[in-house]
Design a protein around this ligand. Sequence first.
Ligand code: SF4
Ligand code: SF4
Length: 247
Amino acid sequence: MPLLSSDCQSVMTMGTGLQGQVVGRFHCQRCGWCCHNQLIRVFTVEIQAILAFLRRQPEEAFEDHISACLAYEGHLRPYEYLYHQRLAVVRGFFRPYEVECLEGDLLGVKTHVITLLPETRRCVFYNPLLSTCFIYPARPLTCRLFPFEVKDSRLVMISEDDPCPGIGQGAPVNFRRHQRLSRMCQHLVQQEEELFHAFVHEQGLRIQPHTPSLSFDARTLIDPFVERGLIPNVLHQGGLRLTRGQQ
Ligand code: SF4
Ligand code: SF4
């Protein structure tokens, strides 16, 4: 059952004080819409958990997932090249999203998101044949909260206009569960903010007041989470440099 948040910012700006809110009814219809075209934030601990989950999966599980995706996309057999290309994307499933402009020509990564396949804008973990999530037990909090988000310290539906057909269906949501997930998100947001700023401070860098239009390819990108060994560097391919000073 795919569930996720549609807006990275909503998770990053959430607050507390959610008691007593009425948050509506929801029952997932398993349409898969929310696993497409979304920004799915992943915190470092979630990245670690997903990596551990992936390590436990047998090779056949990857074969089944990728074969289904390639077949759905019109490839009648899992071509060797496409398979290994997709396998690399699945194993290296996260990428920088939010970056802060630092001194000079440096950028610092603050937020990661799950990779969307460029052709279909579909989450790399979504199986369109079975409407399932490859990492369901380890899916991010963002996915677990959807279609709810926290705005101005209130837990609300993502949007009344959201095309999610599960909104308004079924029984009232388990508010306590969502409240707990919201608080976990808020805690992780604070933790990652602190880690980022501590790293910048330790490195003797300064955050620039204005953020210009950014191009990952054109600049040197520092990933504090990679540099501290919290997550591996999965973007060494494709021209991205994630460590300051590397050429
Ligand atoms: S019903 Fe809503 S939550 Fe369920 S898969 Fe569809 S869009 Fe996602
Ligand atoms: S991680 Fe799973 S639930 Fe979340 S968007 Fe991807 S396929 Fe959907």
